[in-house]
Write a protein that binds this ligand. Structure first.
Ligand code: ARG
Length: 688
């Protein structure tokens, strides 16, 4: 079987899984209806009642769905069996596979063979935290024992112990190139020992293919990620920086997994504030149509216009008139608007360039026409309600707060633009998975958008929408991150400060003496931008985090600096041993990767977890798990390096022996770290 076929199996299996999940959801809502007996006559309290005829129909539907689930389950089981057969034959597979998944499939099959009557038996595989008890464990025997005892209560059957259950399961586990042996502990845990040759095969394939890739975990989708999204004329602040960094990393991850990703910058470039900005522009630079106005400090310009707007009635009137003209796309006013947006755009772009972040700008203004359309659609379908002159829309339930789709003055809102945007992303862009990376303060807004989009049948059961929120950035005083004078911190200044601090750090280590100017500058940028990104990504994004250059630039602990150093050090091992790339390449075929020493095996087991880490990070969209993994790789590597000679030297410092099997392990570790860095947006340098 070729890898392409494997890919196809994986995709179809996860497709079947998606369908099953969709069906399960439908079934659950049918069950809910059945359970609360919402049949006309039984329950008078709400509009959710169902007539007797409908009820019979639902019941039939229910039976059909159950049947389809059974069929799909069987198909899925077959796919999984094939998948095991394919993926555990590592000689064909250039991608790393998930150990957790493979073990789960193997044990699921064994359990269902031993207990064919148990529906959905628990399959619980975990890593073992003590090598004495194997590398992984299957913890299913105890819960199965409990299940059996409740099932058998009436039949007075002889009790069976967890240990007996575990033994029965272990005996049925199919032989696999992944598993060395199983043993059953008294309490019924099954200890799983991985085969070292399995690790050697995986790493050989990584080295041979010259890339670290993982077998597809979920079906490839069209993903749309809305991130960064600053506002024109307002400061792009640290909140936007978080969104930019987290969003970029999620995009990198999903691109790496083969998804078709669209990175959208939903810039706040439309709305009433432009009325006052344009009016102020007209007053200050009447020739703006022919001469480009020299506004460099757009924030100050914004402040001035806001002051006029609040104090000068005549100005305010003209500002409102300009909003109307803007929405009617009056050419002169459009030009003023464009000039203002261009100033912001340049500033934003310089930040993106420095951080090496790609985005497609599609701001709120893009949706003007689409907003008109969605209002019409929602109105026609009866989703809008009058509320003191506004037009509002409730989500699937009437608790919480509704969206304001049209304001009293007929204008549109942030809600309108997000409804228009979601419709465009689903219908025009054919997005299947929508991700919004926005501060947690907007969680309710996006929940309501999701609920309304479902109610309006824009989002269907096979679409996925994820709100990726994050906490606020605090200063070292644990208060909201501000400059000493109390202003919001300008991002460009923050990045400059990062560069300055990184330079100091490198000079402290006298790096300017050993690096060329070019190398030094490259190292400086790598450290500065790397540490800012990493400090953000390595925390659980839901929590607030304290911005501290001192902490992020420390070369100890879980920081970018430590990791970047670790990688250059690992990379230098082969160089110091005078082993060329050519020699490494040749050794892949001839030398087994050394995994006999306890520390070698420990490192190998961490590296083998990569697909499982990727799976978790993808599921939760939580990059800190990937950061923790990098840190663990670096620490375990240093433990290995302290205990295992890669190169032996004599007293004169001459190399007497190179342990090639270990150099290969070193090479795999470096490749793995590089892959993780690329997902995190860190740029490693050869020397630092
Ligand atoms: N511009 C908004 C802000 O600064 C964020 C936009 C997020 N994306 C969206 N589709 N609403 O708060």
């Amino acid at each position: 079987m070729s890898f392409n076929e494997l890919d196809l199996f994986e995709q179809r299996a996860s497709l079947a899984e998606d369908v099953i999940n969709g069906l399960k959801k439908e079934l659950n809502s049918l069950y809910a209806l059945l359970k609360c007996g919402n049949i006309q006559g039984n329950n008078e309290d709400d509009g959710q009642t169902v007539s007797q005829a409908d009820f019979e129909k639902l019941k039939k539907e229910n039976e059909k769905l159950k049947y389809r689930i059974e069929i799909l389950k069987k198909t899925l089981c077959e796919f999984k069996a094939k998948h095991i057969a394919l993926t555990t034959d590592m000689s064909n597979c250039s991608s790393m596979i998930s150990i957790q998944n493979t073990l789960s499939s193997l044990f699921e099959k064994a359990i269902s063979e031993v207990f064919p009557d148990l529906t959905d038996p628990p399959v619980d595989i975990s890593m073992s935290n003590n090598p004495k008890f194997g590398d992984y464990q299957c913890n299913s025997a105890l819960p199965i024992c409990k299940l059996l005892s409740t099932v058998d209560k009436t039949t007075e059957k002889k009790k069976i112990s967890p240990k007996d259950i575990a033994e029965k399961i272990a005996a049925k586990v199919a032989s696999s190139s992944m598993i060395d042996k199983l043993d059953v502990a008294v309490n019924g845990f099954i200890n799983i020992y991985l085969k070292r040759e399995f690790g050697q095969n995986v790493f050989r394939n990584v080295l041979k293919s010259e890339k670290v890739s993982v077998a597809p975990l979920i079906r490839k989708r069209k993903v749309i990620i809305d991130f960064s999204s600053p506002n024109v004329a307002k400061e792009m602040h640290v909140g936007h920086l978080r969104s930019t960094i987290i969003g970029d990393s999620i995009a990198r991850l999903l691109e790496y997994l083969g998804h078709d990703v669209l990175r959208l910058n939903h810039v706040g470039d439309w709305g009433t504030q432009f009325g006052m900005l344009i009016t102020h522009l007209e007053d200050q630079f009447p020739n703006y149509c022919t001469e480009s106005p020299p506004i460099s400090d757009l924030q100050a310009f914004y402040k001035e216009s806001k002051l006029l707007f609040d104090t000068d009635e005549e100005f305010k009137k003209r500002a409102y008139a300009n909003v109307v003209k803007l929405q009617a796309h009056d050419p002169k006013i459009m030009q003023a608007w464009k000039l203002i947006c261009d100033v912001s755009r340049k500033e934003f772009q310089s930040i993106y360039n420095r951080l090496d972040i790609q985005l497609v700008e599609r701001g709120e203004s893009f949706y003007q026409k689409h907003m008109e359309d969605i209002v019409k659609v929602l109105e026609e379908e009866g989703f809008l309600e009058e509320d003191e002159g506004r037009k509002i829309m409730w989500g699937q339930t009437k608790d919480g707060i509704p969206l304001t789709i049209v304001k009293r003055d007929g204008g549109f809102t942030y809600d309108t633009s997000d409804m228009a945007a979601i419709r465009h992303r689903i219908f025009e862009e054919k997005g299947e998975w929508l991700i919004y990376v926005v501060d947690s303060g907007q969680a309710v807004h996006f929940q309501t958008i999701e609920s309304c989009a479902k109610r309006a049948r824009i989002l269907l059961s096979f679409h996925k929408m994820d709100f990726v929120g994050f906490g606020v950035v605090l200063g070292e005083d644990k208060k909201k991150f501000k400059t000493r004078s109390g202003d919001t911190v300008k991002l460009s200044e923050l990045l400059d400060e990062g560069l300055k601090r990184a330079e100091e750090k490198l000079k402290e280590k006298e790096r300017e003496k050993v690096l060329t100017e070019e190398e030094f500058n490259r190292a400086k940028e790598s450290v500065a931008y790397g540490c800012i990104k990493y400090a953000d990504l390595c925390h659980d994004r839901n929590k607030e985090y304290i911005f501290s250059f001192d902490r992020m630039l420390s070369d100890k602990g879980n920081t970018a600096v430590y990791l970047l150093y670790a990688l250059t050090r690992i990379r230098s091992i082969a160089r110091m041993a005078n082993v060329s790339r050519e020699q490494v390449k040749q050794a892949i075929e001839s030398t087994p990767i050394s995994l006999d020493h306890e520390k070698e095996w420990k490192l190998a087991k961490v590296l083998l977890r990569f697909p499982d880490v990727i799976m978790k990070v993808t599921k939760d969209l939580s990059l800190h798990n990937l950061c923790d993994f990098c840190y663990e790789v670096a620490c375990t590597f240093s433990e290995f390096y302290d205990n295992c000679y890669c190169v032996e030297k004599n007293q004169a410092g001459e190399i007497v022996k190179v342990n090639m099997g270990r150099i290969l392990l070193t090479e795999v570790t470096a490749m793995m770290l590089e892959q993780c860095f690329s997902l995190l947006g860190l740029k490693p340098v050869e020397k630092m």
